[in-house]
Ligand binder design. Structure first.
Ligand code: VGL
Ligand code: ZN
Length: 204
């Protein structure tokens, strides 16, 4: 059984507080893929306003600076996808209604979470792997934003948790800071994530 994981197609990343170039352009493709899959799961970046990943919460820091945390290096982002704000809502054009599960992530003040499976401390689980197993799903297709952060970490963790995982590349959009896209693509390939484009699934 397969599922489509739609990562963070939220206002914050589409013209919002952490806008990703070109992210708006993937929505029609994501919607066609949603139509094609029986099981659709959405993820939602969902931070408290005092979240540790926001540069505004660290004196003297600016966007894309890094800090060292107990779990490793953390990139500092503009405050984004704050719980209860429109920035955190799914984009109005996303066919979100079909989703059978929404996994919220990044809600612990002191831990970021790019992956939909496990938070950045590499210990706290979201429950997604257990959910998929209980649903009999062994194969996941990943789309959404951002290719080099939440999509990549989700895809690599899918493999780590034993799922067959394919990223549909033209249904993703990257942030691409300091070579992060090339690195993420190489890292994903190395662990066994597969890549296709949407035309391999949609007859177009
Ligand atoms: C993301 C940076 C911070 C993402 C989320 O969805 O890729 N990136 N929070
Ligand atoms: Zn975030």
């Amino acid at each position: 059984m397969k599922a489509l994981l739609v990562v963070d197609v939220q206002n914050g990343f589409i013209g919002g507080n952490l806008a990703v170039a070109g992210a708006n352009n993937i929505i029609p493709t994501v919607n066609r893929l949603i139509d094609e899959f029986d099981t659709v799961i959405l993820t939602q970046d969902y931070h408290p306003k005092d979240h540790i990943s926001f540069y505004q919460n660290h004196d003297g820091k600016k966007p894309f600076d890094t800090i060292e945390l107990p779990y490793g290096t953390q990139v500092l982002w503009n405050a984004h996808c704050i719980q209860g704000t429109t920035d955190a809502d799914f984009h109005a054009n996303l066919k979100a209604d079909k989703a059978e599960l929404i996994i919220r992530k990044g809600f612990h003040q002191d831990i970021d979470s790019y992956s939909a499976f496990m938070e950045a401390d590499r210990a706290t689980r979201t429950g997604l792997a257990g959910y998929l197993r209980e649903r009999g799903i062994d194969t996941v297709y990943v789309v959404g934003i951002a290719t080099d952060f939440c999509v990549a970490w989700t895809a690599m963790d899918a493999v780590a948790f034993g799922f067959d995982c394919t990223v549909i590349t033209d249904a993703t959009a990257p942030i691409d800071i300091d070579g992060s896209l090339d690195k993420a693509m190489a890292d994903m390939a190395e662990v066994g994530v597969k890549f296709i484009t949407s035309k391999d699934i949609l007859n177009q």
